[in-house]
Design a protein around this ligand. Sequence first.
Ligand code: NAD
Ligand code: TDX
Length: 359
Amino acid sequence: MQTFLVTGGLGFIGSNFILKARKKLWANIINLDKLTYASNPQNLEDLQNDSGYHFVRGDIGDIELIPHVLKQYQPDTIINFAAESHVDRSILSPQDFIQTNVVGTFQLLEASRAYWEKLSLQKREQFRLLHVSTDEVYGTLSPTDPAFREDTPYAPNSPYAASKAGSDHLVRAYYHTYGLPTLITNCSNNYGPRQFPEKLIPLIILNALNGKPLPIYGDGQNIRDWLYVVDHCEALYLVLKNSSIGETYNIGGNNEQTNLAVVEKICAILDELAPKPGLCHSCLITFVKDRPGHDRRYAIDCSKISTELGWQPKEDFESGLLKTIQWYLSNLTWVEQVQSGAYQSWIQENYGDRETVLS
Ligand code: NAD
Ligand code: TDX
């Protein structure tokens, strides 16, 4: 079986990818994660007795650790999910975004190149580095603009988007300059189980359950394309298995929604699943000050991945949203521990202040 080095695997998409990969036996997994606030060890609790899964605490930008991990575990594939991922945080404090998303990705590329160059010819040919990126690198669309294609020029508008754009350019350059077998995917907004509740959908679900205001930035008419996280994970695996090196694929849900519509749908589902006497959840909707530089619309043209690799999103938005809300309702301990920061004590107990731990 192949070995995948997954970075950022304790976050939202990475943990869903690893769970799927182990369930389907796509590969053995080495998960390297820095354990930032966005990570959650509980996400992969089910794998604690799985001998095909190993965890390493570490930073993708650690120039001593990464070569060591590559030498020790000899992965055939690296999938880079590790990133600072929240736009609002990037506006308040861009430093960490540049450090991890740009410098960290650069260091990971350097270590990967050195590792790859020493592999046997056969292993060099099999090796892939898949960099997981975002549609936000393309900037914003007007209501009548065509959806983002792989050849749409980059025009990032937030520090987060700019840092992801920078990392994409570095990955591309390592393929063209050094021949490192890289792949890039640019995906739209994901939703589903295990998403940290700073992002719109889990934030709204949890605020609504707690009777708190549901903050909508600006007029609520900004549009995002939403994709169920499991569909994204399947697309990533298909790209890894079947695409040619150096390729870029856009991944999306063909599912453009205004933020207000998303929030109203969540409220309608919660009115059914968790009714509050005398209260309709949508009464909690509160329009608040807009996000600075807030992109108006994203839309993805995924005809390339669809025609070349046969991928289509399977989950429709209504059923995906229902499943997501049901997951949060059935995992209130996860929610409570995320909100109270209890898992931070777990990290302290298990790792103390040590930056890196190798098993
Ligand atoms: P997340 O914030 O939930 O998780 C990120 C994970 O990376 C965390 O576990 C964190 O501890 C880890 N990490 C952060 N810095 C690190 C570092 N320097 N070294 C090692 N690990 C580090 O993010 P997510 O939503 O799961 O996103 C994963 C990737 O997918 C990101 O690269 C993001 O840009 C991209 N993406 C996300 C979405 C989305 O809607 N969430 C959409 C498209 C692309
Ligand atoms: O409280 C809120 N109110 C609100 O109106 C929050 C948190 C968000 N919003 C709006 C802003 C966006 O238009 O909802 C939309 C979605 O916001 P986020 O969940 O913060 O996602 P977004 O900024 O679109 O970025 C996400 O999708 C692309 C991920 O965080 C990125 O990592 C990914 O690359």
